[in-house]
Design a protein around this ligand. Structure first.
Ligand SMILES: N[C@@H](CCC(=O)N[C@@H](CS)C(=O)NCC(=O)O)C(=O)O
Length: 298
């Protein structure tokens, strides 16, 4: 099996859920079967939190390039919560993972004995369960910079330099620049907070993907956005949880290539439980029959 899994020591939790998570012999040898992280933990927690995250596609047993996963890991780091990462190969999703996450998406975190999907929900739940140190912001600040990611994707996918997608991104980055100039250095002022932890991984992807696929970089007219990125990207928690540039580049390849992704392919993903990467790589691998079927057959 191509999937790499970092096992938690808390086998009891899996048994309670009725899901058996297979062990990866390589990982078990490497680190007692787990990719655990321990910094300084003022919070007394008996068991590390379990979290399923995307595995690297370039380096075995490494964290991959999901900005939503990084957001969750950053939240746990900033709250000094110990966690166990289970690395999931999204190109070959194992059955135990699909039982935990029927939509086949990461991140998924185990909170109060339940597997919880979606970084918004996970971050909110962590805030409620572990309010100290607080990462919450007033509601009006929660959406600062929230259109940057979608405009970045629009520009990355664009093949027409005059279609306005670059300008749309610049407008969002410029509003953000003005906001940080007035209110910074972080979105909520002096301290990092939840919206920073959501936005920063997306800005990291933006910088690497646009640099690689469009030879584009942030203009010097946005110094506050630039210094914001520099500050967050050098935080210990960010360095520890970031994906490698090679993974980020690989992850955005389908979008930058403008891969056609019609509705019936979404149906194949849902029913056959194959991944986006399998589809774009041109093969549909049926795990149960072990047959490789040409994508054109669909
Ligand atoms: N809204 C979700 C988005 C999660 C998401 O889209 N994750 C991607 C990886 S970055 C995924 O799992 N995709 C499934 C796949 O590639 O098969 C969240 O905030 O957690």
């Amino acid at each position: 099996m191509a999937t790499t899994v970092a096992l938690s020591s808390s086998l009891k939790h899996h048994l309670a859920l009725g899901v058996r998570i297979p062990q990866s012999p390589a990982l078990c040898r490497r680190n007692g079967g787990r990719v655990s992280t321990f910094r300084s933990f003022p919070v007394a927690m008996a068991t590390p939190l379990e979290v399923c995250v995307k595995a690297s596609v370039t380096t075995p047993n490494k964290l991959g390039d999901c900005p939503f996963c990084q957001r969750v890991l950053l939240t746990m780091e900033e709250k000094h919560l110990p966690y166990d990462m289970k690395l999931v190969d999204l190109a070959n999703k194992p059955e135990w993972f699909l039982q935990i996450s029927p939509e086949g998406k990461v991140p998924v975190a185990k909170l109060d004995e339940k597997w919880v999907p979606d970084s918004d929900v996970i971050a909110q739940t962590l805030e409620e369960k572990y309010p100290d140190p607080p990462l919450a912001t007033p509601p009006e600040k929660a959406s600062v910079g929230s259109k940057i990611f979608s405009t970045f994707i629009g520009f990355l996918k664009s093949k027409d330099p005059s279609d306005g997608t670059e300008q749309a991104l610049l407008n969002e980055l410029s509003s953000f620049n003005d906001y940080i100039k007035e209110n910074g250095p972080f979105i909520n002022g002096e301290k990092v907070s939840a919206p920073d932890l959501s936005l920063a991984p997306k800005l990291y992807h933006l910088e690497i993907a646009l640099g690689h696929y469009k030879k584009w970089s942030l203009p010097d007219t946005l110094p506050h956005t630039k210094s914001y990125m520099k500050t967050i990207f050098s935080m210990e928690s960010f360095v520890k949880t970031r994906a490698s540039p090679d993974d980020v580049i690989a992850g955005w390849r389908p979008k930058s290539a403008g891969v056609f992704f019609p509705q019936h392919m979404k149906y194949i993903i849902a029913v056959q439980r194959v991944s986006f990467s399998q589809l774009v790589n041109g093969l549909l691998l049926d795990e149960r029959s072990q047959n490789s079927l040409p994508l054109l057959a669909f």
